[in-house]
Design a protein around this ligand. Structure first.
Ligand SMILES: *Cc1c(COP(=O)(O)O)cnc(C)c1O
Length: 710
């Protein structure tokens, strides 16, 4: 990667390490590290949206020189840099102590999206954050892993709601020089480019790198002059709708990504596919072996034994199916190479559950060509085994080889920093090293009620201030109408019971469920003594008109005076807003249509912060709900709007509202705080990325590494 010293020539030598730190996202989950940047200039830190690369470029020489001459700053700087280098370089770690001490080639992790930080808009939603949290945890545990994805210059999209309440997507152009990404250089000092094998005209990718602690994430970009004009746009943005462009994107990800690793001299022993999009990487692994003279069947057995596949959704639109014609057009070189007839090859991607001739199903293909597969919650495991049983017609349902590893969130990323430092005081300074131990979280009881509540109220104020500032800017800079200003959250009040509902606006998430009986919800919102307010946020996919219609309906309710100014819709949901919401609302609402929520992770982020989960029993919640740590409704069976809405209203009316407004003599909602602690204690030690990555390592990576050795 290019040398960070050349990137910030005006950075004084004494604090030159800040340049290295700015290009490693390790800083983002270590408060002592980001405080180093914040202390350089608080206003600029806010202005740059917590982007240290931008910050260091923007600050005048004088501010940097002042920091380099301040003894207190330098002491902190030295401590952080020592800790950073120790963590990044240390050889002994959980992985070498528990999984294998033998030298091994890394595990290659492929994903179409990564949610790591707001400065890298390479995500659309949960799948991306799951991948991002996976990388951070692999770094913490010392798991040898390299990650592969795309550098999308247009990211996903910026969401703006127009005067009619309709979502408009605005392109956001990434400033490559102001993002924490670096060019990977070739022997001549030029940015490395790689040709995707078997593309005609050839498709080339430029290689970028993001450092996530110890883990390198290599990103491909097709926007090169070298490429055919149509091909330059392959890596434009996430989730292109055009099937042919989408297929090309997945060819570049799977096949180009594998070639990129080879060109960098990185041999991988195990392949982990995050969802079906990168499944063509399996083909490339087989091709390498066949080219070395191995028979197809043997090559396939080797590849299966060393490949891991995680399926993330039962929603049909989440599984790519490409027409056989398109596969013929781009993949036909494989048929003779593998000594397979066209029919035999295409059969690898036929799903018995699709209509005949539907095409090549990437999930079916990935399931056939990998041995280790999993769903992402216990319930999703059951749903997936039922869904994919036709692929194993001879096996009884419970033996269908799809295991489950329930998702978890990276605690240092999602825990509010103030709460983290309170935990450092009350749980012991080393508690994060042992965060998957229930005994550690049990000490949450030692945080005084008043301290926990006070911290929570401050976060709520911070959230509401941030929301108001967003809409103030829209009003000042773009003169949006007053209706939009109201809907954007101007009237929010921190003393009121606040529900958060933020996620992608896919229809199955049922954002509008709570409005099914408008009279009943108005009563809750407008109660003069015990009111309720709800904050909504989320993007609909640009091609999803039904999703946009639900959004429009909610937006229009938000500016209806009848609802008392108690509904807000906040634009442009992303990592930054997600952080404020999961720290600062009181209740996290989740009411998808069961059984379509494979897992869900935003509720976990909320729950570890003491934000109480109010959820349908779908995804992860049946595993986590213990009767005390939040509320559950709806059976585990199919959804039913009327029944589910009725259950939601009665829980709100009879349980949530009375509990929140029940104060003791000091004005403290003691029973509520008790539930907050129960939420942290029960969710914290289990639904975290540490437990999740350990499970991947022990269930899958370990046997796959053994198979790779043989
Ligand atoms: C965690 C997260 C998600 C995923 O939330 P779900 O509950 O799984 O839908 C989506 N977007 C952002 C910005 C997140 O932080």
């Amino acid at each position: 990667m290019d040398d960070h010293r050349n990137r910030f020539p005006h950075l004084p030598e004494r604090i030159a390490g800040l340049g290295e730190l700015a290009y490693n996202l390790w800083w983002s989950w270590h408060p002592a590290a980001w405080v180093l940047f914040q202390r350089l200039d608080r206003l600029a830190w806010t202005e740059t949206d917590h982007n240290p690369v931008k910050l260091l470029r923007m600050l005048p020489q004088s501010s940097l020189a002042a920091a380099a001459a301040e003894p207190v700053y330098l002491r902190r700087y030295d401590a952080v840099m020592a800790e950073f280098h120790r963590k990044i370089q240390t050889q002994v770690c959980w992985f070498t102590e528990t999984v294998t001490a033998a030298e091994c080639h890394p595990i290659a992790y492929f994903s179409l999206e990564y949610g790591l930080h707001r400065s890298l808009p390479f995500y659309a939603g949960g799948l991306g954050f799951l991948a991002g949290d996976h990388l951070k945890e692999c770094s913490d545990l010392g798991i040898p892993l390299v990650a592969v994805g795309f550098m999308y210059p247009d990211g996903y999209f910026l969401q703006k709601i127009n005067a009619d309440g309709w979502q408009e997507s605005v392109d956001q152009k990434l400033d490559r020089d102001a993002a924490p990404i670096g060019r990977v250089l070739d022997g001549q000092g030029q940015q490395l480019t790689v040709q995707v094998p078997f593309t005609d005209p050839p498709i080339h990718v430029a290689v970028w790198q993001v450092l996530v602690g110890r883990i390198p994430l290599y990103l491909m970009d097709t926007d090169l002059e070298l490429n055919d004009p149509a091909h330059r746009r392959i890596s434009d943005h996430l989730y292109i709708s055009n099937p042919e462009q989408r297929l090309l994107q997945e060819i570049v990800l799977g096949i180009g990504g594998s070639e990129m690793l080879v060109k960098m001299g990185i041999k991988h022993s195990v392949l982990h596919l995050n969802e079906g999009h990168p499944a063509f990487a399996l083909l490339e692994r087989i091709r390498e072996r066949v080219e070395d003279g191995m028979a197809f069947d043997e090559a396939m057995q080797q590849v299966r034994a060393t490949s891991v596949f995680t399926t993330h959704t039962p929603v049909p639109a989440g599984h790519d199916v490409f027409s056989f014609d398109l596969i013929d057009k781009y993949i036909c070189h494989c048929y003779p190479m593998f000594s397979l007839s066209r029919e035999d090859f295409l059969k690898l991607g036929v799903s018995p559950t699709d209509p005949p001739n539907a095409g090549f199903n990437m999930t079916a293909f990935a399931l056939r060509l990998s041995e280790h597969h999993n769903a992402v919650s216990k319930k999703h495991g059951e749903v997936s085994r039922r869904m994919w049983q036709p692929l194993w017609p001879d096996l009884p349902l419970e033996q269908v080889p799809i295991d489950h590893i329930t998702n978890g969130v990276h605690v240092p990323t999602w825990l509010d920093p103030k709460l983290e430092s309170a935990c450092n005081r009350h749980l012991g300074p080393e508690w994060l090293a042992d965060l998957d131990n229930p005994a550690v979280w049990a000490m949450v009881e030692d945080i005084p009620d008043a301290e926990l509540w006070d911290m929570h109220v401050r976060k709520k104020i911070k959230l509401i201030n941030a929301i108001r500032e967003r809409i103030r800017r829209r009003w000042v800079e773009e003169h949006v109408g007053l209706g939009n200003v109201v809907a954007g959250g101007t009237m929010l009040d921190h003393s009121i019971l606040t529900i958060g509902f933020a996620r992608r606006f896919a229809t199955y998430k049922r954002a509008d469920l709570i409005f099914r009986d408008l009279g009943r919800v108005k009563k809750l919102l407008n109660d003069p003594f015990r009111p309720l307010q709800i904050i909504f946020a989320g993007k609909a996919h640009p091609a999803d008109d039904p999703g946009k219609q639900i959004l429009q309906q909610i937006f229009n309710l938000a500016r209806d005076p009848e609802l008392g100014g108690r509904i807000a819709f906040v634009e442009n949901y992303g990592e930054e807003l997600a952080q404020d919401l999961v720290h600062g609302v009181d209740v996290w609402l989740n009411n998808p249509w069961p059984p379509l929520e494979a897992c869900g992770t935003s509720g976990m982020k909320a729950a570890i912060n003491g934000v109480l989960h109010l959820s349908i029993l779908d995804g992860w919640w049946p595993e986590a709900f213990n009767g005390l740590n939040g509320w559950a409704f709806g059976g585990e069976e199919e959804g039913n709007d009327a029944r589910d809405a009725e259950n939601l209203y009665s829980i709100l009316e009879q349980k949530v509202v009375p509990l929140y407004y029940n104060l003791n003599a000091e004005g403290l909602p003691v029973d509520w705080v008790k539930k907050m602690k129960e939420s942290m204690k029960s969710v914290g030690p289990v639904f975290n990325a540490r437990r999740m990555v350990k499970e991947y390592s022990q269930k899958f990576y370990q046997p796959a590494l053994k198979a790779a050795e043989r």
